[in-house]
Design a protein around this ligand. Structure first.
Ligand SMILES: [Zn+2]
Length: 464
């Protein structure tokens, strides 16, 4: 039986619009990362009595951009709503958000994210996207469940979030992972956010087994963690059902190893949603939407098709290459540096980015822009391999130096590593090996794979 049969997963992703200079309803600096706590605040984002919010126009444009990229249908007229709850990260006692009931509307309804699992495409439907303000940041000493106290930084309070709410369309942690990868990529391409920044991409995951109550795991910060949390939560729920324990609707916390119950889930009525009277209704006309549409940058899917057509990359390679816009930009810049490059070199360049470079970036938890790697270095390494000066294996061992920005010719000089350039010398080594190993040569006549054993002996001799 399929382990994930009857599993329903829906994700709510909070994306911080990090490209906005100011907060959603005040002029405070929104770039709070690395700033001293509680220095970027004003009466509005501290929720002081008598302060009045003013909406950030750019946030409407950014939300429109994302709605178009996700193929949502934009609501031309909407109000902001108050979502009432008391928590220390929310000094007003309510969060200004959007609500799609009680006469309210989300920013945009519907939408689609296309994923692929084992080469089978699937469309995950979106329920809606909406704008809301981010609460302050609470820092717990140690674990959230045992922390003796919490620190609060109001610098984040009032920065802009877009929440993307999916339908419970995903069936497995792997589908959730692919969905998040695609969403993150689309967000990055729209230019409204750098989702790789700490806290810029936060996920609440709703999980249930068909016919049972669902739980919500709050505030998971990375795709990998979402996958682990889902995996754990599915196992927990299935075990509970097997044991005959009744599951309840609740909010849970992922601590990196397991999910812990935080509280029984609030129901919508608990939030006492009502229209935010301090803000006027918003009208978005079709002309505005068309203007944004015309300026919409190339999206990953379009770029993937272009790479298949212009650079003859296969669908799989093109799909992976375009996921991270910075990597894809690096690819395009690099392959244009050498006019002699053709499909073979494009493929090699792509492979280097996907394998050696990506592996190093993952292992060192860095973005390509944080290294000193230059597109020209990959051009040079591919040419050096093509000219048989070094083998791919040796070239791969250069990656650490390449990331420091060292040129390929300097690395070769420094390490003294080249394949034998003297053809005659290589030929004489080969002759010696053949003479010394008549048995392997005999084997080779029956089994071509035996060539590996001869190659190994040539390499060994060459090194000695
Ligand atoms: Zn402020």
């Amino acid at each position: 039986m399929n382990d994930y049969e009857n599993v329903l997963i829906g994700l709510e992703v909070h994306i911080q619009l990090t490209a906005l200079k100011t907060k959603l309803f005040c002029a405070c600096d929104a770039d709070y990362r690395g700033k001293p706590p509680n220095t970027l605040t004003c009466p509005i984002c501290l929720g002081l009595p008598g302060s009045l919010p003013v909406a950030n126009e750019k946030s409407i444009e950014f939300a429109t951009r994302l709605a178009l990229a996700l193929k949502c249908s934009i609501n031309n007229r909407f109000y902001f709503f108050r979502k009432n709850y008391y928590y220390p990260d929310l000094p007003k006692g309510f969060q200004i958000s959007q609500y799609n009931r009680a006469g309210g509307k989300a920013f945009a309804d519907g939408g689609i994210i296309e994923i692929e699992i084992d080469e089978t495409p699937k469309e995950i439907l979106l329920n809606r996207i909406h704008l809301e303000e981010d609460p302050a940041r609470i820092v717990h000493e140690g674990s959230i469940s045992t922390s003796p106290y919490a620190l609060i930084d109001y610098n984040r309070s009032g920065t802009t979030l877009i929440e993307v709410v999916s339908e419970p369309d995903m069936k497995s942690p792997a589908e959730a992972r692919e969905y998040l990868k695609q969403l993150m990529s689309i967000v990055q391409y729209t230019g409204i956010s750098d989702p790789s920044l700490e806290g810029a991409f936060r996920v609440d995951a709703n999980i249930s087994i068909k016919g049972h109550e669902r739980s919500e795991v709050k505030n998971i910060n990375s795709i990998k963690e979402v996958e682990s949390a889902l995996d754990h939560e599915i196992k927990r729920q299935k075990l509970a059902i097997k044991r005959g324990t009744k599951l309840i609707q609740e909010t849970r916390h992922w601590d990196g190893e397991k999910t812990i119950s935080l509280r029984s889930k609030e129901f919508e009525a608990d939030y006492r949603y009502f229209p935010e009277q301090d803000l006027v209704p918003f009208e978005i006309d079709d002309e505005f939407i068309e203007n944004v549409r015309n300026k919409l940058p190339e999206m990953p899917k379009e770029r993937k098709i272009r790479y298949q057509k212009d650079y003859q990359l296969n669908e799989f390679d093109a799909g992976i290459l375009v996921l991270d816009k910075n990597i894809a930009d690096f690819f395009e810049e690099g392959i244009q540096l050498d006019k002699s490059f053709g499909p073979n070199e494009y493929k090699l360049y792509c492979n280097w980015l996907m394998n050696q470079v990506s592996r190093w970036l993952n292992e060192n938890n860095k973005k390509i822009s944080e290294t000193r790697l230059k597109p020209q270095q990959l051009v040079d390494i591919i040419k050096t391999i093509n000219e048989n000066t070094i083998s791919t294996k040796i070239a791969s061992s250069f990656i650490e130096e390449m990331m420091k920005g060292t040129s390929i010719s300097d690395i070769i000089k420094k390490t003294g590593k080249t394949v034998i350039s003297d053809k005659e010398e290589l030929e004489s080594i080969c002759r010696e090996v053949i003479e010394e190993n008549p048995k392997i040569v005999e084997d080779f006549k029956k089994n071509p794979k035996a060539i590996q054993a001869l190659k190994g002996r040539v390499m060994k001799k060459k090194r000695s």
